[in-house]
Design a protein around this ligand. Structure first.
Ligand SMILES: *Cc1c(COP(=O)(O)O)cnc(C)c1O
Length: 346
């Protein structure tokens, strides 16, 4: 088969959720963030496994993602939409019982007019300046908004993956101040915030990346294995080159394996001549440029001809590969693309 296989370990995924859940007090609810198609791994399968493991609160970025999730999960769980209540979303939010995280006075007004008496959350901006009501706006609408009984009041940390960053304590203090005396449940922490400790946990936490095995959750179990089938193996002489632009030249007689995935599959071209692939635990260097659908690998030192080589595995996590590419695990995962055969195990 020419299609590469992305294996997703649902037992590791739910184990990561349980491990993050165990870091906060039993009174704190641990939700799950499954936006961007479950960080590229397939939101429906991921969310169904998490539902079975006990998750009852899910977060997505867009109402459309929420609609697909509602169809996959049924009526029971709460589904929060981080982009809030946008024009055109009213029917989806109302019909499918989605909970918009209202980010502005405009969204509050739209929601209260279009769907009075239905569930909503409020997002406050405590310094990230991305989504949410500014403190002054909140002061102006707070009393009215609270009479409508929000399901959740939340904010998001800008620097939670840097525990020493002064922004964390600043945002914590401001969030406390803005939500002083409020009855509604409160939420501040994503994966990084959970690891900052109990002060940050409040009533509900919203981990995403940690579920999928990524930093900053250092104790995470790897969830993905990406195995690329070998299409062809060739012998080349010393002095011959490999790939577009002839950027790699063999110093000695070599065996080169060509595997079936490329930059169209989220294996960024910047990995060219940098990344490793693995045959079991044996490192095999990527040689030459990554092309759209293909990667070339030096397998001279292997004693057998490989059928497939792994680029993500226990040996090389999403964060390891991200580091080579100069990015973060989040981008590696969400960039993986639709062409892989996704295989769910566990
Ligand atoms: C993406 C996101 C999360 C999850 O963040 P992770 O770092 O992946 O745990 C939580 N809350 C909000 C508002 C987000 O945008």
């Amino acid at each position: 088969m020419g299609t590469a296989t992305l294996e997703i370990d649902l037992t590791a995924l739910t184990g990561n959720w349980q491990a993050l859940d165990a870091l906060s007090a039993p009174s704190t609810v641990t939700a799950a963030v499954v936006k961007a198609d479950g960080y590229g791994l397939g939101a429906e399968r991921v969310a169904r496994a998490l539902l079975r493991a006990g998750v009852r609160q899910f977060f997505v970025a867009l109402a459309e993602e929420g609609a697909a999730l509602r169809n996959a999960l049924g009526r029971e769980p709460d589904i929060f939409v981080l982009s809030g209540h946008m024009p055109g979303d009213t029917d989806m939010i109302g019909d499918l019982d989605l909970t918009p995280c209202l980010n502005s006075v405009e969204q509050l007004t739209r929601h209260f007019e279009a769907l009075p008496g239905t569930g909503f959350a409020i997002q406050l901006d405590t310094g990230m300046n991305r989504l949410g009501l500014e403190p002054a706006e909140w002061a102006a609408v707070r009393d009215i908004a609270l009479t409508q009984q929000p399901n959740l009041i939340m904010s998001h940390l800008a620097c939670a993956d840097e525990p020493e960053h002064p922004m964390n304590a600043y945002q914590l203090d401001l969030f406390r101040e803005l939500t002083e005396g409020v009855d509604a449940p409160r939420s501040l922490a994503a994966t990084g915030g959970i690891l900052l400790g109990p002060d940050y946990h409040f009533d509900l936490t919203r981990p995403g990346i940690g579920l999928y095995g990524g930093a900053p959750f250092a104790d995470a179990q790897p969830v993905v294995r990406l195995s690329l089938p070998v299409i062809q193996v060739r012998e080349i002489e010393a002095g011959e080159s490999v790939g577009y632009g002839c950027t790699w030249e063999a110093e000695k007689p070599s065996r080169i394996a060509t595997v079936a995935a490329g930059y169209a599959d989220g294996l960024h071209r910047v990995l060219s001549n940098q990344a490793m692939l693995y045959h079991g635990t044996t490192r095999c260097p990527m040689v030459g440029r990554v092309s759209m659908d293909l990667i070339t690998v030096d397998v001279t030192h292997l004693t057998e001809t490989p059928v497939a080589l792994d680029i993500l595995s226990q040996e090389q996590t999403v964060d390891d590969l991200a580091e080579v590419a100069g990015t973060i695990g989040y981008e590696v995962l969400t960039g993986l693309g639709p062409r892989y055969g996704r295989r769910y195990v566990g």
